[in-house]
Ligand binder design. Structure first.
Ligand code: 5GP
Ligand code: ZN
Length: 112
């Protein structure tokens, strides 16, 4: 399987890590859209939110538990936004579930 984020998790492609535990990795987005832009991923390959099921939901839950820790490490005490894009219409470009953490400024454009 050819997956960019699995390659980053395995250390085959370098990244700037900001948080790591047994199940989760968080690293800086290569093309940031805010002063802080970090991607949080499970170390298990799941394609997107559309592929979450009873067997893999615990890995996603671990990501949810990590997100406030990542935000704290990044100094986002005034709030932040969490985004996950799903599929073609959602604008997902990397097919390994990931949660964008954006912050460090008052964020523009609120779609939801
Ligand atoms: P998506 O568009 O799938 O929601 O988000 C994919 C994100 O991965 C984009 O924000 C993009 O900038 C980021 N990205 C793509 N390639 C790399 C890479 O090689 N390293 C890092 N750190 N981020 C990447
Ligand atoms: Zn993957």
């Amino acid at each position: 399987m050819d997956c960019l984020f699995c390659a980053i998790i395995e250390g085959k492609i370098p990244s700037t890590k900001v948080y790591e535990d047994d199940c989760v990795l968080a690293f800086k987005d290569i093309n940031p859209n805010a002063p802080v832009h970090v991607l949080v991923v499970p170390k298990t390959h799941i394609e997107s939110v559309d592929c979450v099921n009873e067997d893999n939901v615990d890995f996603v839950a671990k990501v949810m538990l990590a997100i406030p820790k990542v935000a704290k490490v990044c100094g986002l005490e005034n709030g932040y936004r969490v985004i996950t894009n799903v599929g073609e219409d959602g604008g997902q470009t990397v097919k390994h579930i990931h949660f964008h953490i954006l912050g460090g400024e008052k964020l523009p454009v609120k779609l939801a």
